[in-house]
Design a protein around this ligand. Structure first.
Ligand code: BV8
Length: 239
């Protein structure tokens, strides 16, 4: 990229996907050995899957809790946390599709998990009690925690067919951004894959970082090919 990506007066909206956590040892979804390997999405990541077999769903998410618990942020996560620090105030906003907590471990603060987060559970009967922090592993149906109302606790994760979280805040931050940076997402899941098209309407500069072009590559002004952990530290210096 000829000139610097970010200028001191910019407002930066960042969208991340599974690719940013790949260098931390967490598999992406669509890689051959990806997260879905061995599980059909519809068997572990839909409300129907939960109705059919809550034990299998909790075994899937317990395995992901175990992996995420051991994982550490990589230079890409840290570069974003440092950019937030340098821009300061509300000039930086991070929306992640990831349910791991590596952005928080790296020090990011102004962020939302639009697809939920691994270390929170909520009442499967939606009795009204708020979601609660939960790092336990549930490998059998009998061991699954119960809500005060008696219903099973479910992962606080947005499954296919469910409404993503914080959409109003995300739309508001996207409207105000002058730069949109997208890192490590294949652009195959909606509404996240639409965000770059929304940013195009505001005239924001739109940059993708990843080893291969995403499905919505034509919507970007710049595509920087490479691994996030190798590219982001250099890319995010401010003019
Ligand atoms: C909804 C939580 C209504 C679970 C997830 C329009 C058209 C078609 C279909 C739909 C549509 N609208 C809605 C749908 C249905 C569906 C959908 O999109 N289906 C797809 C399959 C076609 N969407 C929904 O159901 C959504 N809900 O639409 O509700 C609504 C809409 C708007 C407003 C209100 C209501 C809910 C979808 C959320 C599902 N839950 N995650 C869990 O984690 O277990 S989605 C899950 O998959 C992730 O969160 C992520 O979003 C997606 C995976 O994608 P990526 O993160 O991109 O990962 P992937 O493996 O695909 O790619 C990795 C990338 O990283 C690659 O590009 C690779 O090159 C790159 N990479 C690899 N290594 C590196 C790297 N990059 C950088 N550095 C590296 N080192």
């Amino acid at each position: 990229m000829a000139d610097r990506l970010i200028h001191s007066e910019d407002r930066v909206f960042v969208l991340t996907g599974a690719g940013i956590s790949a260098e931390s040892g967490l598999p992406t979804f669509r890689a051959s050995d990806g997260l879905w390997a061995g599980h059909r999405i519809e068997d572990v990541c839909t409300p129907e899957a939960w109705e059919n077999d809550p034990e299998l769903v909790w075994q899937f998410y317990s395995a992901r809790r175990e992996a995420a618990e051991k994982a550490q942020p990589n230079p890409a996560h840290r570069a974003l946390a440092e950019l937030e620090e340098r821009l300061g105030g509300d000039a930086f906003f991070l929306c992640t599709q990831n349910v791991d907590d590596l952005h928080e471990k790296a020090g990011s603060r102004r962020l939302v998990h639009m697809h939920g987060d691994l270390f929170t559970s909520r009442c499967s009967a939606e009795c009204g009690r708020p979601p609660a922090g939960d790092r336990a592993l549930y490998m059998t149906k009998e061991s699954i925690a119960r809500c005060g109302c008696g219903a099973m606790m479910r992962p606080h994760i947005v499954w296919f067919g469910e409404t993503p979280l914080e959409m109003d805040r995300i739309a508001d931050e996207l409207r105000r951004a002058t730069v949109m940076l997208v890192v490590g997402t294949s652009g195959s899941v909606y509404p996240a894959a639409n965000f770059v098209h929304w940013a195009r309407q505001t005239g924001a500069r739109r940059v993708y970082v990843g080893p291969e072009a995403p499905l919505n590559a034509t919507a970007f002004t710049h595509v920087v090919t490479g691994k996030a952990g190798e590219v982001l530290p250099g890319l995010l210096s401010i003019e």
